[in-house]
Design a binder for this molecule. Structure first.
Ligand SMILES: [Zn+2]
Ligand SMILES: [Zn+2]
Length: 288
Protein backbone atom coordinates (compact mmCIF):
# COMPACT_ATOMS: atom_id res chain seq x y z
CA UNK A 1 0.00 0.00 0.00
CA UNK A 2 1.28 3.48 -0.80
CA UNK A 3 1.83 5.98 1.96
CA UNK A 4 -1.45 7.60 2.77
CA UNK A 5 -1.92 10.81 4.71
CA UNK A 6 -5.19 9.49 6.02
CA UNK A 7 -3.67 6.82 8.29
CA UNK A 8 -4.68 7.70 11.84
CA UNK A 9 -4.30 4.34 13.59
CA UNK A 10 -1.37 1.99 12.94
CA UNK A 11 -2.44 -1.14 14.77
CA UNK A 12 0.56 -3.42 14.16
CA UNK A 13 4.04 -2.53 15.46
CA UNK A 14 6.90 -4.24 17.27
CA UNK A 15 9.08 -2.92 20.10
CA UNK A 16 12.19 -4.21 21.85
CA UNK A 17 9.85 -6.49 23.82
CA UNK A 18 10.15 -8.74 20.75
CA UNK A 19 12.24 -8.10 17.64
CA UNK A 20 11.64 -4.38 17.15
CA UNK A 21 14.46 -1.84 17.41
CA UNK A 22 12.69 0.89 19.37
CA UNK A 23 11.69 0.69 23.01
CA UNK A 24 7.93 1.05 23.58
CA UNK A 25 8.51 4.68 24.65
CA UNK A 26 10.54 5.47 21.53
CA UNK A 27 7.90 3.81 19.38
CA UNK A 28 5.14 5.97 20.85
CA UNK A 29 7.33 9.08 20.56
CA UNK A 30 7.88 8.32 16.89
CA UNK A 31 4.15 7.74 16.36
CA UNK A 32 3.49 11.10 17.98
CA UNK A 33 6.12 12.86 15.89
CA UNK A 34 4.59 11.66 12.62
CA UNK A 35 1.09 12.63 13.76
CA UNK A 36 -0.54 9.26 14.41
CA UNK A 37 -3.48 9.34 16.80
CA UNK A 38 -3.41 5.65 17.69
CA UNK A 39 -0.76 2.95 17.76
CA UNK A 40 -1.14 -0.75 18.50
CA UNK A 41 1.82 -2.42 20.19
CA UNK A 42 1.72 -6.04 19.05
CA UNK A 43 4.95 -7.78 19.95
CA UNK A 44 5.54 -11.41 18.99
CA UNK A 45 4.42 -13.67 21.84
CA UNK A 46 5.02 -10.94 24.41
CA UNK A 47 2.93 -8.38 26.24
CA UNK A 48 5.93 -6.89 28.04
CA UNK A 49 6.08 -3.65 26.03
CA UNK A 50 2.46 -2.65 26.50
CA UNK A 51 2.60 -1.09 29.96
CA UNK A 52 5.45 1.31 29.15
CA UNK A 53 3.81 2.10 25.80
CA UNK A 54 0.47 2.97 27.39
CA UNK A 55 2.22 5.23 29.92
CA UNK A 56 4.14 7.03 27.16
CA UNK A 57 0.92 7.37 25.17
CA UNK A 58 -0.86 8.99 28.11
CA UNK A 59 1.99 11.47 28.40
CA UNK A 60 2.11 12.29 24.69
CA UNK A 61 -1.58 12.17 23.80
CA UNK A 62 -1.32 9.08 21.60
CA UNK A 63 -3.82 6.30 22.23
CA UNK A 64 -1.97 3.00 22.66
CA UNK A 65 -3.96 -0.16 21.90
CA UNK A 66 -2.62 -3.08 23.96
CA UNK A 67 -1.95 -5.97 21.62
CA UNK A 68 0.01 -9.09 20.86
CA UNK A 69 0.93 -11.16 17.78
CA UNK A 70 0.80 -14.87 18.54
CA UNK A 71 2.76 -17.24 16.31
CA UNK A 72 0.43 -20.11 15.64
CA UNK A 73 0.65 -23.14 13.42
CA UNK A 74 0.49 -26.87 13.25
CA UNK A 75 2.78 -29.79 12.54
CA UNK A 76 4.98 -29.03 9.55
CA UNK A 77 3.86 -25.37 9.45
CA UNK A 78 5.60 -23.94 12.48
CA UNK A 79 4.27 -20.39 12.44
CA UNK A 80 2.21 -20.02 9.31
CA UNK A 81 -0.66 -18.19 10.96
CA UNK A 82 -0.07 -15.03 12.97
CA UNK A 83 -2.97 -14.18 15.24
CA UNK A 84 -3.18 -10.54 16.26
CA UNK A 85 -4.92 -9.76 19.52
CA UNK A 86 -6.04 -6.15 19.93
CA UNK A 87 -7.57 -4.49 23.00
CA UNK A 88 -6.31 -7.36 25.15
CA UNK A 89 -6.06 -6.99 28.89
CA UNK A 90 -2.32 -7.04 29.56
CA UNK A 91 -2.99 -8.44 33.03
CA UNK A 92 -4.98 -11.42 31.73
CA UNK A 93 -4.03 -14.61 33.61
CA UNK A 94 -4.94 -16.77 30.58
CA UNK A 95 -2.53 -14.82 28.39
CA UNK A 96 0.20 -14.88 31.03
CA UNK A 97 -0.18 -18.64 31.33
CA UNK A 98 0.12 -19.19 27.57
CA UNK A 99 3.18 -16.95 27.31
CA UNK A 100 4.79 -18.71 30.23
CA UNK A 101 4.16 -22.13 28.67
CA UNK A 102 5.63 -20.92 25.37
CA UNK A 103 8.70 -19.59 27.16
CA UNK A 104 9.25 -22.87 29.00
CA UNK A 105 8.80 -24.88 25.84
CA UNK A 106 11.32 -22.70 23.92
CA UNK A 107 13.75 -23.22 26.82
CA UNK A 108 13.26 -26.99 26.97
CA UNK A 109 13.62 -27.28 23.20
CA UNK A 110 16.84 -25.27 23.14
CA UNK A 111 18.36 -27.46 25.84
CA UNK A 112 17.27 -30.63 24.09
CA UNK A 113 19.06 -29.37 20.94
CA UNK A 114 22.17 -28.53 23.00
CA UNK A 115 22.17 -32.11 24.35
CA UNK A 116 21.82 -33.60 20.89
CA UNK A 117 24.69 -31.48 19.58
CA UNK A 118 26.74 -32.61 22.59
CA UNK A 119 26.02 -36.19 21.58
CA UNK A 120 27.52 -35.38 18.17
CA UNK A 121 30.79 -34.76 19.99
CA UNK A 122 30.66 -30.95 20.08
CA UNK A 123 31.60 -29.04 23.20
CA UNK A 124 28.54 -26.86 23.84
CA UNK A 125 29.46 -25.83 27.40
CA UNK A 126 30.37 -22.23 26.59
CA UNK A 127 27.06 -21.49 24.86
CA UNK A 128 25.06 -23.33 27.52
CA UNK A 129 26.80 -21.24 30.19
CA UNK A 130 26.13 -17.91 28.49
CA UNK A 131 22.44 -18.73 28.34
CA UNK A 132 22.34 -20.07 31.89
CA UNK A 133 23.72 -16.65 32.94
CA UNK A 134 20.83 -14.80 31.31
CA UNK A 135 17.74 -17.00 31.55
CA UNK A 136 15.47 -14.48 29.82
CA UNK A 137 17.38 -14.68 26.56
CA UNK A 138 15.80 -16.95 24.00
CA UNK A 139 18.30 -19.47 22.67
CA UNK A 140 17.28 -19.96 19.05
CA UNK A 141 18.68 -22.06 16.25
CA UNK A 142 20.56 -19.07 14.73
CA UNK A 143 22.57 -18.76 17.98
CA UNK A 144 23.38 -22.47 17.82
CA UNK A 145 24.44 -22.23 14.17
CA UNK A 146 26.66 -19.21 14.82
CA UNK A 147 28.26 -20.99 17.76
CA UNK A 148 29.02 -24.12 15.72
CA UNK A 149 30.55 -21.91 13.05
CA UNK A 150 32.64 -19.92 15.54
CA UNK A 151 34.03 -23.14 17.00
CA UNK A 152 34.95 -24.40 13.55
CA UNK A 153 32.59 -27.39 13.86
CA UNK A 154 30.96 -26.41 10.57
CA UNK A 155 32.28 -24.31 7.72
CA UNK A 156 29.43 -21.83 7.84
CA UNK A 157 26.01 -20.98 9.22
CA UNK A 158 24.13 -22.80 6.47
CA UNK A 159 26.08 -26.01 6.98
CA UNK A 160 25.02 -26.00 10.64
CA UNK A 161 21.39 -26.09 9.53
CA UNK A 162 21.89 -28.50 6.63
CA UNK A 163 23.91 -31.02 8.62
CA UNK A 164 22.45 -30.77 12.12
CA UNK A 165 19.53 -28.47 12.78
CA UNK A 166 16.95 -29.00 10.04
CA UNK A 167 14.12 -31.50 10.16
CA UNK A 168 15.46 -35.03 9.68
CA UNK A 169 18.94 -34.06 10.93
CA UNK A 170 20.43 -35.36 14.22
CA UNK A 171 19.84 -32.23 16.33
CA UNK A 172 16.34 -31.41 15.08
CA UNK A 173 13.70 -31.04 17.74
CA UNK A 174 10.17 -30.14 16.64
CA UNK A 175 8.50 -27.05 18.06
CA UNK A 176 5.44 -27.21 20.26
CA UNK A 177 2.60 -25.64 18.38
CA UNK A 178 -0.02 -23.21 19.50
CA UNK A 179 -2.93 -24.02 17.22
CA UNK A 180 -4.71 -20.95 15.82
CA UNK A 181 -7.94 -21.96 17.65
CA UNK A 182 -6.02 -21.90 20.91
CA UNK A 183 -4.54 -18.48 20.09
CA UNK A 184 -8.00 -17.09 19.32
CA UNK A 185 -9.42 -18.61 22.51
CA UNK A 186 -6.70 -17.05 24.68
CA UNK A 187 -7.16 -13.62 23.08
CA UNK A 188 -10.88 -13.85 23.72
CA UNK A 189 -10.19 -14.87 27.31
CA UNK A 190 -8.02 -11.74 27.57
CA UNK A 191 -10.99 -9.66 26.40
CA UNK A 192 -9.59 -8.76 22.99
CA UNK A 193 -10.45 -9.27 19.34
CA UNK A 194 -8.62 -11.96 17.38
CA UNK A 195 -7.56 -10.92 13.90
CA UNK A 196 -5.77 -12.83 11.16
CA UNK A 197 -2.53 -10.91 10.53
CA UNK A 198 -1.24 -10.09 7.02
CA UNK A 199 -3.14 -12.81 5.12
CA UNK A 200 -1.57 -11.56 1.89
CA UNK A 201 1.78 -12.96 3.04
CA UNK A 202 0.47 -16.52 3.32
CA UNK A 203 1.83 -18.27 0.22
CA UNK A 204 -0.55 -21.26 0.11
CA UNK A 205 -3.58 -19.22 1.02
CA UNK A 206 -6.24 -21.62 -0.25
CA UNK A 207 -4.89 -24.50 1.80
CA UNK A 208 -4.43 -22.44 4.96
CA UNK A 209 -7.76 -20.66 4.56
CA UNK A 210 -9.67 -23.94 4.20
CA UNK A 211 -8.22 -24.96 7.56
CA UNK A 212 -8.88 -21.75 9.45
CA UNK A 213 -11.95 -20.11 7.92
CA UNK A 214 -14.45 -21.58 10.35
CA UNK A 215 -12.56 -20.54 13.44
CA UNK A 216 -14.09 -17.81 15.62
CA UNK A 217 -12.12 -14.90 14.16
CA UNK A 218 -13.25 -11.34 14.77
CA UNK A 219 -11.54 -9.96 11.73
CA UNK A 220 -8.73 -9.69 9.24
CA UNK A 221 -5.84 -7.27 8.94
CA UNK A 222 -7.11 -6.02 5.60
CA UNK A 223 -4.87 -2.94 5.45
CA UNK A 224 -1.22 -3.94 5.63
CA UNK A 225 1.97 -2.35 4.37
CA UNK A 226 2.71 -5.23 1.99
CA UNK A 227 -0.83 -5.75 0.70
CA UNK A 228 -1.59 -4.74 -2.85
CA UNK A 229 -4.80 -2.93 -3.72
CA UNK A 230 -6.23 -6.20 -4.96
CA UNK A 231 -5.32 -7.90 -1.66
CA UNK A 232 -7.21 -5.14 0.16
CA UNK A 233 -10.29 -5.66 -2.05
CA UNK A 234 -10.14 -9.42 -1.63
CA UNK A 235 -9.87 -9.33 2.17
CA UNK A 236 -12.45 -6.57 2.53
CA UNK A 237 -14.91 -8.83 0.73
CA UNK A 238 -14.09 -11.72 3.09
CA UNK A 239 -14.60 -9.44 6.11
CA UNK A 240 -17.95 -8.24 4.78
CA UNK A 241 -19.23 -11.71 4.00
CA UNK A 242 -18.42 -12.91 7.53
CA UNK A 243 -19.54 -9.77 9.32
CA UNK A 244 -16.06 -9.38 10.75
CA UNK A 245 -13.95 -6.25 11.31
CA UNK A 246 -11.04 -4.94 9.24
CA UNK A 247 -7.94 -3.76 11.04
CA UNK A 248 -4.75 -2.28 9.62
CA UNK A 249 -1.13 -1.69 10.42
CA UNK A 250 2.39 -1.38 9.11
CA UNK A 251 4.22 -4.16 11.03
CA UNK A 252 6.94 -1.63 11.77
CA UNK A 253 10.03 -3.15 13.41
CA UNK A 254 12.46 -0.21 13.28
CA UNK A 255 14.38 1.72 10.69
CA UNK A 256 16.34 -0.90 8.83
CA UNK A 257 16.00 -2.80 5.56
CA UNK A 258 12.49 -2.88 4.19
CA UNK A 259 11.08 -1.53 7.43
CA UNK A 260 12.49 1.99 7.02
CA UNK A 261 9.83 4.65 7.38
CA UNK A 262 7.14 2.03 7.49
CA UNK A 263 5.44 3.35 10.62
CA UNK A 264 2.06 4.82 9.71
CA UNK A 265 2.22 3.63 6.11
CA UNK A 266 -0.74 1.34 6.58
CA UNK A 267 -3.59 1.41 9.02
CA UNK A 268 -7.03 2.85 9.55
CA UNK A 269 -8.35 6.34 8.99
CA UNK A 270 -9.91 8.14 11.93
CA UNK A 271 -13.36 7.23 10.65
CA UNK A 272 -12.46 3.56 10.20
CA UNK A 273 -10.95 3.45 13.68
CA UNK A 274 -14.17 4.91 15.11
CA UNK A 275 -16.15 2.19 13.33
CA UNK A 276 -13.78 -0.45 14.67
CA UNK A 277 -14.35 0.78 18.23
CA UNK A 278 -18.11 0.62 17.73
CA UNK A 279 -17.97 -2.91 16.34
CA UNK A 280 -15.65 -4.01 19.13
CA UNK A 281 -17.97 -2.57 21.75
CA UNK A 282 -20.85 -4.47 20.10
CA UNK A 283 -18.73 -7.62 20.44
CA UNK A 284 -18.43 -7.00 24.17
CA UNK A 285 -14.86 -5.71 24.16
CA UNK A 286 -13.95 -3.36 26.99
CA UNK A 287 -11.10 -1.00 26.31
CA UNK A 288 -8.10 -1.05 28.55
ZN1 LIG B 1 3.46 -11.47 11.54
ZN1 LIG C 1 4.20 -8.32 13.16
Amino acid sequence: MKKSKTVYADLHTHSTASDGMLTPEQLVEKACSIGLGVIGITDHDSIDGVKAGVAAGARLGVRVVPGIELSCGWEGRDSSVHVLGLFVNPESPALAELLDTQKKSRYTRAHRILDLLGQQGFDMAELAQSFADSPDKVLGRPHLARYLESKGYVKDFQEAFDKYLLRGRPAYVPKDHVEPEKGIEIIHAAGGIAVLAHPGLIPDWDRVWSKIQNMPWDGIETYYSEHSNSDVRRFRAVVESHNWVSTGGSDYHGDYGKHVDRLGQAGLSQEQFGELLEKCAARGVSFF
